[in-house]
Structures are given as C-alpha cells and as structure tokens.
Design a protein around this ligand. Structure first.
Ligand code: AMP
Ligand code: MG
Length: 427
C-alpha cells in the first residue's frame, strides 16, 4: 500500500480544487496513490491467458534450437552455386523435421530437406523443391534461383537463451501463451487476481427478480460493473443493494474492506443525497470527494478505507448508469490495472469525422457515446447515439466508441475531426 496520504499527493498539485477537478488531475492523483498488490501464484500455462505476468521471463533456450530449413527443398553450400549458369548437385541423403543429417556434404553434393529439419553442418542455403529439376539423384538448379543463405532459419532468431522473452506486468495474450510454450514453460508466475467488492446504494433500487415498486428502478449498475470487472480479470464480490442506512452501510463497507483489495460503490456521492454513504466513507478512512470537470460523471469519491487492520481502495462512483461506466473506464480501470501489477499505457485515441454536431463547453471533458463507421472511401466517420443523458444506458449499449471531447475543446460541427476511443480492445 502507498505510504502517502491523499493530502500529501494533492499538496504537490498547483491549483488543486476538489470542486472543479480536471479529469487529467483526478487521473494523476489516482495513479500516484495506487500501488500494486504484490502476490504471485503459479498457474498452468493455459490458465495464464489474460492474467498479469508477475516476473520477467528469460529464455532458457535458443528458439529455434538450431539452424533449420524454411522450405521443402535441397540444402546446399551457397558458394557452390554459379550465378550465371545452372548448377547440378548430387543428393546424398534426406533429412526430415525432427531428424538429423550427420554425414558430410562434400563439394557438388546436396541433401534433400524438409521444412523445420536441421541444416546439415556444412550447408547454409536451401533451394525450394519447386525451383529444381531432379533426375535420379541429380538436382538441377537454375541460375539465380537462390542466393547463399536463402531459406535458412537461424538458431535463436526468434528467442535467444539468456535474453528477455517477456516482461512482467504484461497481460498474457494468445501469442504469449504460444511463446511461453515455445520455451517449454509449463507453469507461469502470475499476479493473483484482484478482489473487487461492489455494491449499489439507494433506497429506490430494486434487484432483478423483485417487484418494481412505484418510484423505484432496477439496479443496473451492479450488472455493468460485473461485466466490466469480469472483463478486466478481477475476482468479484457482489454485495447487492445497500439501503441508505448508517448501520447497513457501515457493515457493508467494513466487510468489503476486510475481503477485497478494492471497493466500488455506485450512487450516494452527489450533493443533495441522504448523506450517509459519504459520511461512512469519510469516517472509515482517507477519502476525498470530487466534483470532476467532466460529463457524464461529475461527483466521485476516491481514497482508501480501513477496518480491523485491513484496508482497500475505494471508488465511490456516481449513481447514473452511464456515469458509472464512464468513471469506471476513465478512472477505476487504470487504477485496477495498476493494482493488478499490469503495465498500463494511455488509451489509444483515433481521429474520425463527426457526422453529428456536438455541443460542448470548454472547461470540462465530455465522453459522448458514438457509432464509428468507415465510409466507402475508407474514412472514419462517427455519429452520436441520440440523447446523451447520463441515465440513458441505451446510449452506451448502441455505441461502439466514445467520442472524447477534451477539456479545452469547444463544440464540433459536422465535418470536423474529433477523437474517438473504440470500445473494442478497451472492453
Ligand atoms: P445518486 O448518485 O445516488 O443520486 O443517483 C443518481 C441517479 O442514478 C438516480 O436517478 C438513481 O436512481 C440512479 N441510480 C443510482 N444507482 C443506480 C443503480 N444501481 N442502478 C440504476 N440506477 C441507479
Ligand atoms: Mg442515491
């Protein structure tokens, strides 16, 4: 856990105002406060998919182990070929993948070789079989068919013994599993999964399966959070809906603290709420309440709370369903990845031409939900998914990207270029 308190961290920022906090500053504070949970476990190679690699991996072997053929053909000494005239060599043997040719290959000789078969010691070149004519054991190679060194894969050209193969913090993808297998790795050291507890707050919330009383809404945030956390590879603890009642809230926060690395709540952090959620957060730890210069998702609580000697990071997200998703992706996601020990990089934005006018005031960041398409000329175009109210979850469901309207940016007209962030790859 970090030794710095939130006030240590914010005291380094010039012009810090929790009631008008730019997105970039909030992201910076979170980034400075959160430290990785260091706990390693070994898992079988297949189970390492999507997990965070916990140690640097050094290659124990050369891959490939020896020079070998990239083609089916004939292995020969490149120096023997005549660039101006066809060359005729005599095939003195065959080497298959997994086999070896231990004999000597003398002047005027070659060896029939299969893809992946080790190169005979004195050969450095392979002529593909479709280039040659064979008459009994004689192989006729046209002038210029190959150059010395062609079609030979060099020992260690993929990975070299003693050199870095993968670095820690990497989220292992299919190619990485294959790469680890190519080194003969059966077990992989990975970070243990992050445990994230979450609950919804609000007396108006009903859970699916319950009747919807007048004035109430179904709790959708726990389902989007379930989805987002699961995609991120977290172990989740779904604590349900917690009523706006001090005793119930305290019990929920304490239990979450004692069982999880991070806690995510939704609702109860805006002004004009029944105050218990915020009160309880403040009472249990080092928590700051922000009004972030963004839309959707203005109010948010962040910090660390403790109970019985255990502590957990806290993200008190706003209640509105779109605001929950946006604050999760732009604040919690990076922090959780850091806690997981994963290397993180800024999210890749791309430019697209907007087909919708976008009204926007400078001085806050807006995340509008968009549909990105590629027109007949291959240009990227984006349109906004209708009404952008922070309670309209359909705007998120229909979208395939977020249009990011930066802090200092103003409105955009049809035909202007804007930045978009594709959901694919992010979630
Ligand atoms: P709050 O931040 O608690 O004032 O909530 C803002 C809005 O989001 C209110 O209209 C709530 O009813 C709604 N809301 C809060 N939590 C949830 C939830 N878990 N699922 C759906 N809507 C919610
Ligand atoms: Mg509420």
């Amino acid at each position: 856990m970090s030794n710095s308190t939130l006030s240590d961290i914010v005291s380094c920022l010039s012009g810090y105002d929790p009631n008008a906090l730019p997105v970039a500053q909030a992201q910076q504070i979170i980034r400075d406060f959160v430290v990785p949970v260091r706990a390693v476990e070994k898992v079988a190679l297949r189970n390492a998919l999507d997990r965070v690699l916990a140690q640097d991996i050094t290659s124990p072997i050369d891959v490939p182990q020896q020079d070998n053929s990239a083609m089916d053909g004939f292995a020969l000494r490149g120096a023997e070929l005549d660039a101006a005239r066809p060359s005729t060599l005599r095939a003195v043997g065959t080497v298959l993948a997994g086999g070896s040719f231990d004999g000597a290959v003398g002047p005027g000789e070659c060896v029939r070789i299969m893809t992946g078969a080790p190169m005979p010691a004195s050969c450095d070149t392979v002529v593909p079989q479709e280039f040659v004519q064979t008459i009994d054991d004689r192989v006729v190679i046209p002038a210029g068919a190959v150059k010395a060194g062609d079609n030979r894969r060099l020992r260690g050209e993929d990975l070299q013994a003693g050199k870095p193969a993968l670095s820690r913090g990497r989220i292992l993808r299919p190619a990485d599993l294959g790469l680890l297998a190519s080194l003969g790795t059966a077990e992989v050291p990975v970070q243990r999964r992050l445990r994230v507890a979450f609950f919804s707050t609000g007396d108006e919330l009903r859970s699916v399966g319950e009747p919807l009383d007048p004035g109430c809404v179904y709790d959708s945030n726990r389902y989007t959070l379930y989805g987002m956390l699961t995609r991120l590879g977290c172990d989740i603890i779904d604590m349900g809906v917690v009523k706006d009642d001090p005793a119930q809230l305290e019990a929920a926060f304490r239990s979450a603290c004692e069982n999880a690395d991070a806690i995510i709540t939704s609702g109860g952090v805006s002004v004009g709420e029944a105050e218990y959620t915020k009160q309880m957060m403040a009472q249990l730890g080092d928590v700051t309440f922000w009004k972030i210069g963004m839309r959707p998702g203005r109010p948010m609580a962040f910090g660390r709370i403790g109970s019985n000697g255990k502590s957990a990071y806290l993200f008190g997200l706003p209640g509105n369903p779109v605001a929950v998703m946006v604050t999760f992706y732009f604040f919690a996601r990076d922090a959780l990845l850091r806690m997981m020990g994963a290397q993180t990089a800024p999210l890749p934005l791309m430019r697209a031409i907007t087909q919708s006018p976008i009204r926007k005031k400078p001085g806050r960041t807006e995340y509008q939900r968009g549909v990105l398409t590629v027109d007949e000329k291959g240009a990227r175009a984006v349109r906004i998914t209708g009404s952008q109210g922070s309670g309209i979850l359909r705007s998120m469901s229909e979208a395939n990207c977020m249009v990011v309207m930066h802090h200092d940016q103003g409105s955009a007209s049809v035909g202007d270029e804007v930045d978009v962030l594709l959901f694919e790859g992010l979630i």
